[in-house]
Design a protein around this ligand. Structure first.
Ligand code: ZN
Length: 387
């Protein structure tokens, strides 16, 4: 993926504080739109307050949330984990219950929550998000669950190899078999390269990044209208593509890396995903050619000046992320000079970037020269030709 993931990280980095909200300051405002005297609503509100007060404790399952989603989706409510925090303070954004609306069944309701911050000094309000969750009523009370699993439950599913595709009804199409079979072939090559079994992944095919956010439950998120393409690799090996495409090897690679090399340096993670699956709408060769021309046109550019932030917003023609290319060229050079055993060794390293790169003869001083040399070699994809 390209900018979308970067922006998500910026979004999370706004969470500069990690304290849990106290009971007093997590006070829930309830809109007059909500019928508070309705018995089910009353129960939902009571449980919602309990959930919001405990959701930032990650060392335990939250008893107000559907337990099975921890297995299928990691931390199922991570989109609103610690969402109260901002640079203006750890409890800056306050929750408002906006609406409780009917869902498909009588025992389900959609619960719409807004998080809004108010700056006392300037009297400004900042809307952080408007987010939907599902309230499920049964004999034991209310349990919340993900909007994602509710809204996609009737999406047409097709399993091709290890990937379960779910196509958005907004796409008005069936599975693109050409793309799905291409992805199947490349996944077989990837798992062979790693010497591992194929990892089952879910693949949600959305028409654009706005829909990616919408199916996750967002009515509003400051990032959802920024990019024209992109996608996410969500906890639990759930890939959500916003490219109206059933091929997204870049995101698939992130799932394999997460399982096999969880401590990998992010430059190598994004670099290897770029090397195998390209980024955005384009394959690796395309980005590599862009990078090569850029380096020829900019003799003073140095890779060594861009090694602190993998998601530095530094693009060639708004498409080619230079930091991803840095990582991809390091991977390519490592494979060419040392082979894949060494590549896996540096993927395992828990050291910082340059301590890791020492293992393959790269230093802050020679990085630029070595990568400029590398890009002059013909591209050597690890296991197949791609354009
Ligand atoms: Zn990526």
């Amino acid at each position: 993926m390209k900018q979308l993931f970067l922006l998500i990280l910026i979004f999370f980095s706004l969470n500069g504080f990690s304290q849990n909200p106290t009971k007093e300051n997590a006070f829930l405002t309830i809109s007059p739109m909500v019928k508070k005297d309705d018995p089910i609503n009353k129960e939902i509100i009571d449980t919602l307050i309990r959930f919001l007060l405990t959701k930032n404790k990650t060392n335990e399952y939250n008893k107000y949330w559907l337990q099975s989603e921890y297995k299928t989706n990691g931390i199922p409510y991570y989109d609103i984990y610690n969402i109260e925090a901002s640079k203006y303070g750890p409890d800056f954004y306050k929750p408002t219950l906006m609406e409780i609306t009917p869902a498909d069944n009588d025992n389900e309701k959609i619960v719409k929550i807004a998080y809004v911050g108010h700056k006392d000094d300037t009297k400004e309000n900042i809307v952080r998000t408007i987010y939907n969750i599902v309230a499920n009523k049964d004999s034991s009370g209310i349990t919340f669950s993900m909007y994602l699993n509710y809204i996609t439950k009737n999406w047409k599913e097709t399993k091709i190899g290890s990937v379960t595709y779910k196509i958005s009804p907004l796409a008005c199409r069936t599975l693109n078999m050409t793309e799905a079979l291409k992805q199947k072939r490349e996944i077989a090559e990837l798992s062979d390269f790693f010497g591992c079994k194929e990892i089952p992944v879910n693949y949600y095919s959305c028409i654009n990044p706005i829909e990616v956010f919408q199916i996750k439950g967002f009515d509003y998120n400051p990032l959802m209208y920024v990019d024209k393409s992109g996608g996410l690799n969500e906890p639990g090996d759930n890939i959500i593509s916003g490219n109206n495409s059933d091929y997204y090897m870049h995101e698939v690679v992130h799932s394999y890396i997460a399982h096999l090399y969880p401590s990998i340096n992010s430059f190598l993670n994004e670099g290897f995903a770029m090397l195998i699956g390209g980024s955005g709408h384009f394959g690796y060769e395309w980005h590599r050619n862009k990078m090569k021309k850029y380096l020829e046109a900019n003799p003073n550019f140095s890779f060594a000046d861009h090694t602190t932030n993998t998601w530095e917003p530094l693009f060639i023609d708004k498409e080619t992320q230079i930091t991803y290319m840095l990582g991809a060229l390091v991977c390519e050079r490592t494979l060419r000079l040392y082979g894949k055993t060494k590549l896996f060794e540096i993927f395992k390293s828990k050291s910082d970037l340059f301590d890791t790169l020492k293992e393959v003869g790269l230093t802050k001083e020679n990085l630029n020269e070595e990568l400029r040399k590398e890009i002059k070699f013909p591209s050597t994809p690890p296991f197949h030709k791609r354009g």
